[in-house]
Design a protein around this ligand. Structure first.
Ligand code: ATP
Length: 284
């Protein structure tokens, strides 16, 4: 398998009874990359991620995670991988500081627990019991537990669900810091702006298969998608879809003899592209 890949998967398959959750999925995540998995509810994202984490057994396929098949993992491999699941909450009685200090003892080269508590923005809550935390604060604690072992590879399953906008921005900064320090990150998210803000590449899963992989700016040939030019005409709002928005704007500027009233130029957002991709897949 290829050396510079943190994750390499070919032909992954997993069924639950007659439900085929993952149906021949391929995935390659480079070392040091932030990779976001997108896909509708039930597409197979969590199943895939949990197989990569060694928590579920695949029915078939070749899988390498940090050069190891997760069907045969060792404690040494576990220590190199950080995991933030969709929900935890087994440590309700302990304080934030106690939980994080406790988890630090599991790892050979753990980070400083107080530093980690600060990084996730829980310093003010360090002595609060986990059961007293708000939903978003619990999620931050989950993230602290995912990164306390200084993982080479971090899995984040819908990490910012329940975060307020400020907490989300802080979390994004944390992810950028981790990525800048060389951590490979695989995240699943339903927030397209999050994928766009964080991911080097996104992979779209539909019906248990990978249907597209690209940088967010390139997904679905987005860079070359038609632009829409809008402006305020004498009789009301006007718009024109075009591959050459600059030429349209130049012509408008000439026609108006200067500033064009209400001028905007827009291209499809990542969400627009994603939704059209998914509806095409569902139609097939
Ligand atoms: N433990 C299980 N037993 C039976 N079926 C399951 C189980 N886990 C998942 N499935 C089914 O497998 C399919 C894929 O589910 P999965 O949780 O992997 O999707 P997902 O992409 O993570 O969805 P979401 O965005 O809702 O989290 C779904 O049809 C789901 O109902």
């Amino acid at each position: 398998m290829t050396e510079n890949l943190a994750i390499e998967v070919r032909g992954l398959r997993k069924a639950y009874g007659t439900t085929v959750a993952v149906d021949g999925l391929d995935l390659a995540v480079r070392r040091g990359e932030v990779f976001a998995l997108l896909g509708p509810n039930g597409a197979g994202k969590t199943t895939t991620v949990e197989i990569l984490e060694g928590f579920r057994r695949a029915d078939g396929g070749e899988i390498r995670v940090l050069d190891t098949d997760p069907r045969a993992v060792t404690p040494a491999w576990r220590a190199r991988v950080g995991i933030v699941l969709q929900s935890t909450g087994e440590f309700e009685e302990l304080t934030v500081a106690e939980v994080v200090h406790h988890f630090a003892t599991y790892y050979p080269d753990a980070d400083d627990p107080d530093k980690v508590i600060e990084r996730v923005g829980l310093t003010e809550k360090r002595d609060a019991r986990a059961e007293k935390l708000s939903g978003g604060q619990k999620r931050r604690l989950d993230v602290a537990l995912g990164i306390i072992g200084r993982p080479e590879l971090l899995f984040l399953d819908e990490p910012t669900t329940g975060f307020d906008p400020e907490a989300r921005r802080q979390f994004w900064e944390l992810i950028r810091d981790l990525a800048a320090a060389g951590t490979t990150i695989l995240l699943t998210t339903h927030y397209l702006d999050e994928a766009e803000a964080l991911a080097d590449r996104v992979g779209v899963i539909a019906g248990g298969r990978m249907v597209a992989v690209a940088a967010p700016a390139d997904l679905g040939d987005r860079r070359n998608a038609m632009a829409t030019v809008r402006w305020q005409g004498p009789d009301g709002p006007r718009s024109e879809r075009t591959h050459t928005p600059t030429a349209v704007v130049a012509a408008l500027a000439e026609r108006f003899g200067g500033e064009v009233p209400g001028l905007t130029v827009s291209r499809p957002t990542l969400e627009d592209i994603y939704l059209s991709m998914i509806s095409k897949e569902e139609a097939e």
